[in-house]
Design a protein around this ligand. Structure first.
Ligand code: N01
Length: 510
């Protein structure tokens, strides 16, 4: 018999861990967190490439209930963020709720029993509720470049950095110039013999206002009541101001573009290189990047920026479309993630027997309030459709979603419900409104292709407004948008309770 729990959480990054802590705080201890790796942290555990750091200030990029007065810098590096996440897991006592090394291979809704059946490499589980917290940036996307499999040197994705590989003194190619690549390039350029950076689209770069906190500041964060919250609120407000230009009226992006152009002029003195790195779309259309050392790295004698496009990869070289063949010992693939086409969508099968992938294939990656999807009863998605951001902390959005899920659980208990499934008409109306709002945004009008858009050209990843609007939208679980016909009958409840008691005993005995 599979082990039954009331709630299964899949994934233990900021989202899954936050959900676990909230369930525990709400006294809902009948849950487990299935985590494929052996540690919490999600993307911050996995992305260990040289130079990895956050582009949102740490005092905002942290849980509201677990502020950290000890951040060493305004923008923390990966290691410090990962240590923070680990410390939160320990402090809130949810580590023992984790099943580490547990890779979820499938989840199916069983309508007769009104529960999810979840398969993993460690055995099967059943659960009344599933909280999918796998994240949007968890499945590395490898480029479909001719001959890539024939390369005999070191080749790895930025999110799967091979630390056993020593790049010092080697000829290296980096493919991609997104958020990951612009951190990797300056970090490895001084060590490698030669570096070719393959750029398909030049990104916009803004200054990185990073600095170490002084001892008096850190003292104040720790001991001066309200100082850290005030600082956090200030960062939040400044970041939210960007929404006006990004989502409402792209004309207001102009000041940021002027800053970026001034930076470009100051940091790239060579006219040819400057022409190559000058973006050809409106700032904000793709994620705006921040760096003070990327342009200087491109100007180094041992670094070439290649913009001709890659024709093929050979045994020991990258050939560009102009016919130039550049020999390399190693290739770093910094080409992003499967966001709107995640392979995890294939593994979840809903009420009508169709997978999440098939459902999204038909209607696009749509959900309701970013958290529930019609045809997938009793399943909550954290960092679900249209919850992404280009300007501020995802942790804020995650906490909003967790509030919604927590209220859903309360409502379900209070109303004696067995299943909740968002109504398709409510979901459709929600998405019509979303797409309507997005139509004015720079993401749709800025003249770029980005991973924010799905193959139908819809923006199914980003939230089109202020994040406080999303917070307010997800404050209460709105039962009226859900199909609640499946109310547990008395007999079912008793039968179900008996089954669970038996299963719980088995889990306890494990
Ligand atoms: O990936 P990306 P990323 N041939 O998708 C290029 C977060 N993040 O890992 O622009 C050649 O942004 C592609 O070119 P183009 C953040 O949300 C945060 O860098 O599509 N090139 C692009 O240049 C970010 O947005 C931090 O034309 C190919 C690059 O590869 C997200 O993660 C740090 C190609 C991919 O850029 C993803 O960032 C790092 C091909 N076949 C990441 N395919 C923080 O600081 C793709 N490219 C918090």
């Amino acid at each position: 018999m599979p082990h039954h729990v009331r709630t299964l959480i899949i994934g233990s990054g900021f989202a899954g861990l936050g959900a676990a802590i909230r369930l525990r705080q709400d006294g809902r201890n009948d849950f487990l967190v299935l985590e494929r790796s052996n540690e919490v942290g999600g993307t911050w555990r996995d992305n260990t490439y040289p130079g990895a750091a956050c582009d949102v200030p740490s005092h905002l990029y942290s849980y509201s209930f677990a502020l950290n007065p000890d951040w060493s810098r305004s923008f923390s590096a990966q290691g410090e963020i990962q240590s923070y996440i680990v410390s939160v897991a320990d402090k809130y006592g949810v580590r023992e709720k984790h099943v580490f090394g547990c890779d979820v291979t499938g989840a199916r809704w069983n309508a007769d029993r009104a529960h999810w059946e979840v398969d993993t490499n460690l055995g099967s589980y059943t659960a009344d509720f599933v909280i999918s917290a796998v994240g949007a940036l968890c499945e590395p996307a490898l480029p479909d470049i001719k001959g890539i499999e024939s390369f005999t040197g070191e080749i790895f994705h930025s999110a799967q950095w091979n630390h056993a590989s020593d790049l010092r003194g080697k000829r290296v190619a980096v493919i991609g110039t997104g958020a990951s690549a612009i951190q990797i390039v300056p970090a490895i350029a001084p060590e490698v013999a030669h570096l070719d950076v393959y750029q398909r689209t030049a990104p916009w770069l803004l200054p990185r206002m990073d600095r170490a906190y002084t001892a008096p500041e850190r003292f104040a964060f720790k001991y001066l009541p309200g100082f850290q919250r005030l600082s956090r609120a200030g960062i939040y407000a400044m970041r939210e101001a960007q929404v006006v230009g990004l989502a409402k009226n792209p004309k207001f992006m102009k000041p940021l573009e002027l800053i970026a152009r001034a930076k470009l002029r100051a940091e790239v003195r060579d006219a040819d290189l400057r022409a190559k790195v000058t973006p050809n779309f409106q700032i904000g259309c793709k994620r705006m990047l921040i760096s003070n050392n990327y342009y200087p790295a491109l100007g180094r004698d041992n670094v070439d920026l290649v913009t001709d496009g890659i024709a093929e990869i050979r045994e020991n070289a990258v050939a560009s479309v102009d016919g130039t063949v550049r020999e390399v010992d190693a290739i770093v693939v910094a080409t992003g993630f499967h966001v709107t086409d995640s392979p995890t969508f294939e593994t979840i099968t809903g009420r009508d027997g169709r997978t999440l992938a098939a459902t999204f294939e038909e209607i696009g990656q749509q959900g309701y309030k970013g958290t529930t999807v019609a045809n997938f009863p009793n399943m909550f998605f954290l960092v679900g459709p249209n919850t992404g951001l280009g300007h501020t902390s995802m942790v804020y959005m995650i906490e909003s979603q967790i509030n919604y899920v927590a209220d859903a659980m309360r409502t379900i208990d209070r109303s004696g419900l067995r299943t909740v499934e968002v109504r398709r008409d409510a979901q459709d109306a929600y998405n019509r409104d979303l797409q309507d709002r997005l139509s004015a945004s720079v993401w749709m009008n800025g003249g770029c292709a980005s991973w924010y858009l799905d193959k139908h050209g819809n923006n199914t990843t980003l939230w089109p407004g202020f994040t406080f609007e999303f917070r307010s939208l997800t404050k209460n679980f709105d039962l009226s948008a859900y199909d609640t016909s499946n109310v547990a009958r008395g007999a079912d409840i008793i039968e179900l309770a008996d089954e669970k008691k038996t299963d719980e005993k088995k889990v306890a005995a494990r």
